[in-house]
Ligand binder design. Sequence first.
Ligand code: PLP
Length: 396
Amino acid sequence: MQLAQRLNRVVEPQTIRMAKLSRELKAQGKNIIDLSLGEPDFRTPEHICEAATRAMNEGYTKYTPVAGFLELQEAICTKLKRDNNLSYAPNEIIVSTGAKQSLANVILCLIDAGDEVIIPTPYWVTYSALVKLAEGTVKYIRCGIESDFKLTPERLEEQINAKTKLFIFSSPCNPSGSVYSKEELAGLAEVFKRHPQVAILSDEIYEFINYKGHHESIAQFPELRDRVIVVNGMSKGFAMTGWRLGYIAAPRELAQACEKFQGQFTSGANSITQRASITALLGDLEPTRKMTKAFHERRDYVIGALANMPGVKVNMPDGAFYAFPNISSFFGKSNGDHKITNDEDLCMYLLNVANVTTVSGSAFGDGDYIRISFATSMTMLTEAMERMATALAELK
Ligand code: PLP
């Protein structure tokens, strides 16, 4: 069988590869602690599960409108006004099978061969994969720990040219946990105002997992209203990863394009998930707040533990549930047969010697780091940090 050339432009995400490896080792009886996961370890709140059961009993088991039920589009508009003070009409909302599909729709509807897309590093793996699939060219801007992994207006300005079509970023950021303040976003917005050909894809899926205070969206600047695409979804804030629901709020023309595209791909998101998401968005947010509180405590513990490990440099993430420490001081060190030349070696070393799964920073565009998820219990995290500290101390 002759597979399509297109496949050569797609790689399996390292996050998924590490999770798979971790499952295989567990199946062999190894006591692996998996810190590679990008999903809350909490159950979906009960009232959301009940809404799904109700939806099935009420017969919401048929095809839905491609863009999503109108009631869900309206619920999303209500949420955007309530939480973000953003005004959107229901026909500017497209509901998809996870934010991943929302991102795919937008990128494939906007990017042609040769278009340039700016992505600050570290970034979420899927952005660059989708741009490559669309035959676009990615221009990375490296943002390290010294700038809290954030892009400054000056550095953004330097990289924009006539071919720049799109800018993609997440705040709170996966993998760094960095959260842009309103002032920082305003600085970037000033640059975008000077370059009207650039659309901005703002991934806000970690909105609710914020330890700093209020979430700020770059869509709040009126001059950018007609070219910002807000991406959000149910996976992280509502512990609904398996339900698969994401959405965009976008200018009507792009929303229509995504709807047309999605009509050929999936015919729309799962009907039962859509009904449950209405309840999630309009209902009690207390379970979300409780989860965030638990993540906050774990963050404080994990960052404290990592900061105490000699050779590890770590910042304080203000959102999401990841630590992204700089581990480059271990390059060139070894422990017996284990030689560390790069971040991938270090991840494999931690997996084989400490039995802890992490993800290499190069999967997120910066090989001086590794990503550690703290979306697991305190007991597991304590054990994992102890094992990591011992294994790293043995590298000479
Ligand atoms: N955006 C970011 C930054 C993510 O980390 C993830 C999931 O890990 C997604 C989007 C995709 O989320 P969904 O489960 O809605 O497809």
